[in-house]
Design a protein around this ligand. Structure first.
Ligand code: AHR
Length: 634
């Protein structure tokens, strides 16, 4: 503990200021770091349809196994396997899947194995399905009879007798053969909301707990693709899951030092599932579509992109997406949504056109999208990009362009140092109030270690006081990236880390959670010596009122090495606003260079306590290196 100093702060509740948008604190999801396949999407079998370029990647085979394409049941996923007689009573035919860095199963939990199969001749065939532990011991075993020569779906429930983080799935042919198999799948039955083709429950619970007001998807760079053929194609991500074609995942090779040759997108968790997830969490969906540009980091020159005059299909994709989300069930895409189980519209209000684009090639294309969307869906709010940097040439060019094109919000991205985050706490205080609103669409504090240490979370908490204070212009903010598998990540820091069985909430997660839970309804002026707290004496702060819950909420980060005695004076109280004798404090504090880990998840977690009110003055000590939320009920 260092020297103590005392500060008189004033919160003025007389005139609640700008409304804080319900979309203010949200989530940005991209399939990076095994975030979808191998992560949020609960499928446990990798390369279930044998569509990876190496058809048997993720599988070991034994005996007579052949990859075939003749007479396949799903035309967009044409490969399947034939298992045939091993030729001797003591030999075996079968295959084994390694999962995504193993298959995680829990003790006494149940798993739905399913397969599309047919007997290769007129007789019924039998297969045996086993779960195998890391020492090669089977610990669950079930049989299935494939009774038809026509393709059919077969299912059996496996119950795991033990917990195993890195199990594998083994399938034996136990009759004379042949038998054909396609779309071999294994899901926990205990998915989020118990849905088949569902999502990992623990991960969705962690997301849901953040109380997000916005859900941006599916990227990020995967929207653009390394080339246009491999851009995220939302139309391929809807309809029957067995027939959604595989797509490359650019994060498989984007960083040579983090190379993941087995990283692909099955689209098993596609746009329907992502809209549904937004709805479940009560978050506004914000899909982003390709603007006719392939990733500009990886492609230079107009020839890599769609010519401005030939954007019709891309613009059609954007319009059809709005129809998919909101259209009546009599429309082409509204019907697809209804057939998937959601006749009611998803009530889409926002769309992002392009991800992280720059240069004159972007506005030239964006303009065409805007014309078409405004003409058909004037109520939809359009989000444009300000490029990959938070300042500089591209940024300075794009903001005026976004104003000229009258986009509703401009997406800003910043992955920067702790110092940058602290220096930028007043960033939005001087922004032009007349133009588009701001969406801080991707941001994260990157300390030198690139870990999710407490220092990074503390700097984000300090910076976010500036988002909150400027809620009249900042309408949305989403940390990035969201999820990372500890054995298969490409990018860090990330908000939530997981392995095959567990997940851990980072200190950065708790900062997001505290902002979202104590969002408030309106901004209040909060000052030291009549000036907002934007770093004086290491203090950063903002205040809001929640007129529904009748709370005055102060967020204060002390990034200095000294404890600070503070007095928060509440001014402008109306007679009917009665302050109690106590206020609540939520404290987030940790050691700056430590992070929460799977085996030690509680290094920095919020702790609640109470502090006595001295009339209309809250007196407290803001500890050094801490983030504090003070909640005063009235
Ligand atoms: O969040 C990781 C990447 O950062 C996103 O895909 C991209 O938009 C940005 O460059």
């Amino acid at each position: 503990m260092g020297i103590q100093s005392s500060y008189d702060l004033v919160v003025d509740v007389k005139k609640p200021g700008a409304e804080i948008q319900p979309t203010m604190y949200g989530l940005f999801f991209e399939d990076i770091n095994f975030g979808a396949d191998g992560g949020l999407y609960a499928e446990l079998v990798k390369n279930r349809s044998f569509e990876f370029p190496q058809s048997l990647m993720g599988w070991k085979t034994f005996g007579q196994v052949e990859v075939r394409t003749d007479g396949a049941p799903f035309e967009r996923n044409p490969h399947y396997v034939r298992l045939d007689n091993a030729g001797h009573g003591h030999k075996h035919t079968g295959l084994e899947n390694e999962g995504f860095r193993g298959i995680g199963v829990k003790k006494e939990a149940t798993y739905r194995f399913s397969v599309w199969a047919r007997s290769g001749n007129a007789t019924a065939q039998k297969i045996r399905i086993e779960l195998i532990d890391g020492d090669n011991n089977p610990f669950e075993r079930k049989e299935l009879t494939i009774g038809s020569g026509e393709w059919k779906k077969y299912e059996v429930i496996l119950t795991s007798s033990k917990e195993e983080a890195k199990a594998s799935l083994r399938i034996f042919l136990i009759s004379g053969g042949p038998v054909d198999m396609e779309h071999i799948s294994l899901f926990p039955t205990d998915t989020w909301k118990g849905r088949e083709n569902g999502l990992r429950r623990d991960l969705v619970e962690a997301l849901n707990e953040l109380n997000p007001g916005l859900f941006r998807f599916p990227g990020g760079c995967i929207v653009e693709g390394t080339d246009l053929e491999t851009r995220y194609n939302w139309k391929n991500s809807v309809g029957p899951v067995e027939n959604r074609p595989l797509n490359e995942n650019r994060w498989h090779y984007t960083f040579a030092h983090r190379f993941f040759p087995d990283y692909f997108q099955t689209y098993g968790m596609g746009f329907y599932e992502l809209f549904l997830l937004s709805e479940d969490m009560g978050a506004e969906p914000l899909p982003v579509v390709n603007v006719g540009l392939s990733c500009q980091y990886q492609n230079e020159g107009e020839h890599c992109h769609v010519p401005v005059g030939e954007l019709q299909d891309y613009i059609r994709d954007a319009l059809d997406l709005i129809e998919f989300a909101n259209g009546a069930i009599s429309t082409t895409w509204g019907k697809v949504r209804a057939e998937m189980g959601h006749p009611e519209p998803f009530n889409l209000k926002f769309i992002g056109i392009g991800n992280e684009q720059w240069g004159a090639e972007y506005p030239a294309r964006l303009e065409k999208f805007i014309e078409a969307i405004r003409a058909q869906y004037p109520e939809i709010k359009i989000i444009g990009s300000s490029g990959p940097q938070a300042e500089g040439k591209d940024f300075d060019y794009l903001w005026p362009e976004m104003k000229r094109l009258k986009v509703d919000l401009v997406d800003e991205h910043y992955y920067r140092s702790p110092e940058w985050f602290l220096n930028q706490a007043a960033r939005y205080d001087s922004y032009d109030r007349k133009g588009p609103k701001v969406f801080a669409g991707e941001y994260a504090c990157h300390p030198q270690s690139r870990e999710n240490n407490f220092e990074s979370a503390l700097c984000e908490s300090a910076f976010m006081t500036g988002l909150e204070r400027n809620a009249d212009i900042v309408h949305m903010a989403t940390y990035a990236p969201l999820l990372a598998h500890v054995d298969a990540w490409q990018w860090r820091p990330d908000l939530i880390w997981f392995d095959n069985l567990r997940c851990v909430r980072t200190p950065n997660y708790y900062v997001q959670k505290l902002y979202a839970h104590y969002r408030g309804t309106n901004v209040l002026p909060f000052t030291l010596n009549k000036k907002p707290l934007t770093g004086q004496e290491g203090l950063y702060a903002s205040a809001v009122i929640d007129t529904d819950k009748q709370e005055i909420i102060i967020k204060l980060s002390n990034v200095s090495n000294e404890d600070k005695d503070i007095r928060i004076n509440i001014e402008g109280l109306q007679r009917k606003m009665k302050i109690g004798s106590e206020a609540q404090v939520v404290l987030l504090k940790g050691e700056v260079d430590r992070e929460n880990r799977l085996d030690n998840p509680d290094v920095a977690v919020p702790v609640k306590s109470v502090v006595r009110m001295n009339g209309t003055v809250l007196e407290a000590t803001a500890e050094s290196q801490s983030f504090n939320v003070y909640v005063i009920s009235y």
